[in-house]
Design a protein around this ligand. Structure first.
Ligand SMILES: *Cc1c(COP(=O)(O)O)cnc(C)c1O
Length: 377
């Protein structure tokens, strides 16, 4: 029997909400989006949220809204999805990678300062797999050097560390509602910020830079719009927002299920000497987005294929960005530049983790993995 790598959690009630929107007059960015944005801000405890069509868009617009552009450097991690550093390139700036911590895979806050130059304009940490970076330290560094601080929180809506949650101490936090994320509308994203002025700018930037959205023009007497700045076409629509509100109201219940499954994996995999795992730091709530194991680099692909042959869905998150063809070609990166990211990226396997994964399937995955590792020793 197959064990899917991921199954979403869109309920019949969520589908009914989407059908209500589809039967209504207004499909694009309107009240359903505003309601979701308010609900999302409330969940995080952040002033404003702007609904977008992806986290990539959220990262791109956040960088632009805070003035990042050509000639600037942005410090980020090589151990992430390429969207993180691509957004820096889209803004016209240069990504500068700093290696990660061995224990967590997150950017090593101790190593950031050595990479800060006169050109550095922003820090862009990623809360990998749902575990927050050391935001206390990173906030201090940003203050000391006068840098913009933007979070890639695509994995970590539910996360907390040292009483800090995404969006609390940064200039903006970016979220994804892509098909395999903790809550999803297939595609989607958002940016949350406590900076009300930048929120207004972000709202314009998501829709061509025009100063009135379709809902402003639609309700009441016709008002002419103008275009004070050049923006993009990144707005979330009512259909996507309708799928997200219900999931957001269940988000902590969904998290609790993943947390229980996480612990069950730990219990069933702890006996295997050939497996290593990253750590959850103290005083934190890990968002439990991706459960990964580390195996010997030489055996990683073969272990993965054997799991697949048994009908078990797996993934690699991530082969480090600096070794992707474009980045090697454009910036001359090579093996050995960021050894810890390369070591994790070369030995990691992501296992199925989602609320609909039942315990017996998880135990089957664990037994299969233990057996494959044992046979390979
Ligand atoms: C998924 C993901 C993104 C991109 O999200 P999209 O909504 O697909 O643009 C960015 N960063 C990380 C870490 C991700 O996992």
């Amino acid at each position: 029997m197959r064990v899917e790598f991921f199954k979403h959690n869109i309920s019949n009630e969520d589908i009914r909400s989407a059908v209500r929107v589809l039967r209504s007059v207004f499909l694009t960015t309107g009240d359903v989006v505003s309601d979701f944005e308010r609900q999302f801000s409330g969940y995080l405890g952040v002033k404003q949220t702007i609904g977008l069509n992806s986290c990539t868009a959220a990262l791109h617009l956040s960088l632009l809204a805070y003035g990042v552009g050509p000639g600037d450097e942005v410090i980020t991690t090589p151990l992430s999805f390429c969207a993180t550093s691509n957004a820096i390139l889209h803004a016209g700036a240069k990504p500068v990678f700093v290696d990660v911590e061995e224990d967590t895979g997150n950017i090593n806050a101790e190593m950031i300062e050595a990479s800060i130059t006169k050109k550095t304009k922003a820090l862009l940490p990623v809360h990998l797999y749902g575990q927050m970076c050391d935001m206390k330290k990173i906030r201090k560094l940003a203050d000391k050097h006068g840098l913009v601080l933007i979070e890639d929180a695509a994995h970590s809506i539910e996360a907390e560390r040292d009483n800090i949650r995404p969006g609390h101490v940064s200039d903006a936090a970016c979220f994804s509602f892509y098909a395999t994320k903790n809550i999803t509308s297939g595609e989607g994203g958002a940016v949350s910020t406590n900076n009300v002025k930048k929120a207004e700018l972000l709202k314009m930037l998501r829709l061509h830079g025009i100063d009135k959205s379709a809902i402003d023009r639609y309700t009441g007497r016709y008002k002419h719009w103008d275009m004070p700045v050049l923006g993009w076409k990144y707005n979330m629509d009512n259909i996507h927002a309708s799928l997200l509100s219900g999931q957001l109201s269940r988000i902590d219940k969904l998290w609790a299920k993943r947390d229980a499954l996480w612990k069950l994996y730990e219990e069933h995999l702890s006996g295997s000497k050939g497996l290593k795992a990253l750590k959850t730091v103290p005083r934190s709530r890990h968002a439990r987005h991706l459960f990964t194991v580390l195996v010997a680099a030489k055996k990683r692909d073969s272990v993965m294929w054997q799991l697949q042959e048994r009908g078990i869905g797996v993934a690699v998150n991530y082969r480090p960005i600096h070794l992707l063809k474009f980045y090697k070609k454009t910036y001359g990166y090579k093996k050995g530049d960021f050894p810890v990211a390369e070591s994790i990226g070369g030995s990691t396997i992501s296992l199925p983790l989602y609320p609909l994964l039942n315990r017996s399937a998880l135990i089957r995955v664990s037994h299969a993995l233990n057996e494959i590792i044992k046979r390979g020793e």
